[in-house]
Each structure stands twice: as C-alpha cells, then as structure tokens.
Ligand binder design. Sequence first.
Ligand code: AMP
Length: 424
Amino acid sequence: MFKLVRGFKDILPADTALWQHVEGIVRELLEDFGFSELRIPILEQTELFARSIGASTDIVEKEMYTFTDRGGASLTLRPEATASVVRSYIEHQLYAKDPVRKLYTIGPMFRRERPQKGRYRQFYQINAEVFGLHDPRVDAELILLLMTFIDRLELSGIMLHINSLGCPECRPRFKDALKSFLAGRSEQFCSDCLRRRHENPLRIFDCKVPACKEATMEAPSILDDLCEACRAHFENVKRSLDGFEIPYQINHRLVRGLDYYTRTTFEVLADALGAQDAVAGGGRYDGLVKALGGPDQPGVGFAIGVDRLMELLAGRAQSFQKRPHLYIAALGPNTQERAFEWVQDLRKNKVRTEMDFQDRSLKSQMRRANKLGAGYALIVGERELDEGAAVLRNMTTKEEEGIPLDDLVGLVVKKIKPSTAGSR
Ligand code: AMP
C-alpha cells in the first residue's frame, strides 16, 4: 500500500470546510485593505531563492527541494513566496504604471525540515506584500491587518513580537559587535553558527539548536546600534501600533530565517502551539527588488502559516462542514426516478439535496439522512406518488407536513431556503 511521503499530509474532507472558511475571511480582509491576488508557480529557478533568501540560511543550505530537470536547469520547489512575488513584480513590470502594489498569494511551500508537530515539508501560507512605500505606517498597517485577521478567528493566547534589523548603513556596525561577542564564546555555539559567524553572524539568533538559543541570551542588541533613520522608523511603527491599541513585545533577537529583511521584522506567536509556536512572520525588505534586478522600490510583507492556524482552530472544524439541506428518502423504482429529477431541480435552486440510489428501506435511508446531518427529509413512497403528496420532515423538531407533488420543488425551496440557505 502506498503511503504519504514523510513530512507531507492530506487535508481531509473533515477539515477542508474550515480551511475554506479561513481563506474566505482572509481574502475578504486583504481585499478590504486594497490587496489583489497574484497566483505564482510553485517552481522557480534555484538561483532566485539562493540570491534572495541568502546562501547561508538554513533554508538555502539544507531545506530546499532542488532538482535538475531534464533540460539541465536547476529548479526548486518554492520554500517561501516573497522571492517569487518579487520576481513576478519585476518580470511583468507591475511597478510601471504605479510602483505601489499590494499583492497577496495563498498556496503551498516546501522545506525539507525535520518533520514534527507543526512542522511539515509541505505547508501552506497566506502571503501579503506591499511594494513602493517607505512609510513606517505601512508596516504598522500590515501588522494591523494580520492582527485583525487573528481577531476575526477569535484566537487567544497570541503575542506579537517586533524588532528592527537596521539597514545597510547601521547593520554592519552591529555585525561587528556580534562577531566580537562570538569570538570569546566559540565553545557555546554549534558548527553552523561558527561557520556562518564571519559572513552572517545574525544567523545565531535564528539557530534551532537549544544550546545556541541559550547562548544568545547575553548577545548585544541590534536596537542599540540602529542609525537615526532606522530608529525613527521603528519608533514610528511602535507609535502606530500603540494608536491601534495592538499589544506587542520588543524582541531584539527576532531576526527571522531569511536574509533579505531590513528594519521592521515581526512574528506572531501562539502559546498553545508548543515548540513550533510561530503562526506568522514578516518584515520589511527594502533592498530586495533592486537586488533581484528590479527598480529600487521598497517592500514589506508577511506570511501566515495556515497549518498552524488550523491546529489552533482544530476544535471548530466540524461546525464548518457543509450539510445537506434536504435528504430525499424515495422508496420504489418509480419514486427514485422522480426523486432524481427533484434533486437536480432543487440543486439548481441552491438547495443542497441528497438521495439514496440503492432503494434501501425507509429506516436505512433515514439513518443516512441523520448521518449526513440533513436539515429536512422528504419521504416519498409509491403510495405518496399515487396520492400526490410527500411528507417533509424537519429533522431537528421532527415536525412533519404534507407537500403536494405538483409544485414540489417550488414549495420545498420556499419552505427550506429562507431558513437554511447559506447555512451549513
Ligand atoms: P517563515 O517564512 O519561515 O517566516 O514562515 C512563516 C510562517 O510559515 C511561520 O510563522 C509558520 O507559521 C509557517 N511555517 C514555516 N515553516 C513551516 C513548516 N515547516 N511547517 C509548517 N508551517 C511552517
């Protein structure tokens, strides 16, 4: 028997209604905030990710699904979306008419990490990116969008962490401070951290090895080394968040696992998730569009991890499953024929209708109606067919009434739809 590839998973029918519900909420919200959807492929040239995410990150060094295709090109299943969105922004000159663009995309990402609870090799993200605006209020507005989404899902135990990673002017200073810090402590860090310490010492903050995490506790803070412009930017972001009454924690060790970030970075953590507690993360990446060959336009964005959101919402999956409005329990071949037509006509009227195709006993058909959670059952046997009226049974109250067959569809639609249309 074939099995799932390790780290991959199926999202089963019991859960997909909740996924659709969550995606519906976020789409509506993103569109209210002026975003348009961009659909991008899941495969890109390897070089795009290596250049944008950074050659000395965990993602690029050890987690990408990279292969050589039959034409000899090196391709990679996307480990994140920003690089592809930037590629698309540049390739289609989406900046030409107006460099300010707000784009969102929803879909799977691939990283060959060690699978565990909350960490998969294929996982889903909702990504939002804003191009062309330097204003710190844009960073705050994106965070507001993210927190509004979390609020709409009625999640609790959520904390927002924010930091600033400075810019090419002030970050080198901090990198030097960090190198000096590391110089005296090489025995406390793993070989990856030590190897990356010259080129990219900030990576020590992102290392997943517990001893490294512990050892960074005493590291210097980048917030002490910010240049005036970065400091003002960060103050402004905080002021806007205060204005929105969004609580946050300043976390100077928040560097995120990708190298392209500048200035604002943020992460949303959920208590209930345990070790893999980040539900969303993002930040500003002012140099990325230019570095990938585009115009010198700033960018800021976030990614929400949908799988982890779903874990937080797990108890609610059942209430989102779509149930039939009506189940037609038809007895006997002639009645089944008529029922088959009614089913199609009712569906045309948006009444979710199911029937039995096996001509089973009334008892087993009613059992199935119950199992499916149908709101109503329509009971018709050969006798009802002769007499010209079927029985409509409310499955909750058990009330029954006769429905004349000559206008069955019209009457059922009238009876059922006002109360149940749009319901589950
Ligand atoms: P990142 O691009 O690493 O900042 O990830 C953004 C969000 O995607 C995280 O906050 C997680 O919620 C989610 N995420 C990242 N990697 C994984 C993974 N391997 N499995 C499940 N979710 C993930």
